[in-house]
Design a protein around this ligand. Structure first.
Ligand code: A3P
Length: 300
């Protein structure tokens, strides 16, 4: 059946040390699937925890990372990733980091998109990359199917790391601006819900209620209190092993390294006013003004 033209249509594949976008091409969607989409380091794991808590009424001990794979990560390969996902009998929730023009979009699945200021993203990414261990490099660089250059070590300076990302349009990952530009026009579709990291931080109860309503999951009373508690930073840090990919095996310090600080603005005392202004000028040049404002502040 032809998709209504208002729905996004995939126009390209993306391959690099992390991505293999082709896995979505034959993906057998279910009508109640939930897709969690972020550029990276924007609260993906947090949203996976929230969605798991909503689906399972606030119970503890869920193997969230295992239940909710990053589908377009090229490892493990689809033969390993797909069977357990197809065997799931509960409502599925799947993670993606693809720009929307490289993702197959189902008009019936529900998409939760999370945004975070690029400076916060890179401060978080630096911790992720700098503390990655040899298993991470080997998995990304030595697993067959690598397209493009391998990923190298992170600089010893977070500012240098940030500048290189900014100057080389997302290096060594993918373009932040293109990513945002691909998703922004979809924000008002009935099956898409935008969340900003800062808003989730400022008002978790309000934002989680909106997410529950979007997913048609009724929650109240003690169950809601349990959900809130299980999605708090302190709870997730303490129970990071179940929430973080591979229980944190890819990072020095394990899963707790991944659930690092959980706050925005750590760059404020580190970047100079000129460096920050340069980021803002590029954001203003690359993004629709409303998108630039939203990603910086969370205000629509
Ligand atoms: P920091 O590195 O800034 O601490 P992702 O899951 O997309 O990789 O994002 C990881 C970021 O989300 C990390 O940010 C992590 O600490 C933060 N995070 C995860 N759970 C959180 C929570 N419950 N509250 C606040 N931040 C959380």
């Amino acid at each position: 059946m032809e998709q209504p033209s208002a729905f996004p249509v995939k126009t390209r594949e993306m391959h690099n040390h992390h991505f293999d976008s082709t896995i979505w091409n034959e993906f057998p969607f279910r009508d109640d699937d939930i897709i969690i989409a972020t550029y990276a380091k924007s609260g993906t794991t947090w949203m996976q925890q929230i969605v798991s808590q909503l689906i399972f009424n606030g119970i503890e001990g869920l193997e969230v990372a295992e239940m909710s794979p990053w589908l377009d990560l090229r490892i493990p390969p689809r033969e390993v990733k797909m069977p357990p996902l197809e065997a799931q009998t509960h409502r599925r929730f799947i993670k993606t980091h693809l720009p929307l023009d490289a993702l197959v979009f189902s008009p019936k699945a529900k998409y939760i998109f999370i945004g975070r200021d690029g400076r916060d993203v890179i401060w978080s990414m630096y911790n992720h990359h700098y503390n990655a261990n040899q298993h991470w490099y080997d998995a990304l660089n030595l697993t067959p199917g690598l397209v493009g250059p391998p990923i190298g070590k992170a600089s010893d300076s977070v500012v240098e790391y940030f500048q290189e990302w900014l100057d080389k349009d997302g290096y060594p990952f993918w373009s932040f601006w293109q990513y945002l530009n691909s998703w922004w026009p979809a924000r008002n579709l009935p099956n898409v819900h935008f969340v900003h990291f800062q808003n989730l931080k400022d008002d978790p109860a309000g934002e989680i209620k909106k997410i529950a309503a979007f997913l048609d999951i009724p929650v109240q009373g003690e169950t809601f209190d349990a959900i809130l508690e299980h999605c708090s930073f302190n709870y997730m840090k303490k129970n990071a092993v179940k929430a973080v990919p591979l229980g944190g095996a890819f990072w020095d310090g394990g899963a707790e390294t991944f659930i690092n600080k959980g706050v925005n603005g750590r760059w404020k005392d580190v970047l100079s006013a000129e460096e920050s202004a340069k980021y803002e000028a590029i954001a203003a040049e690359k993004l629709d003004p409303a998108c630039e404002k939203w990603i910086r502040t969370g205000q629509m």
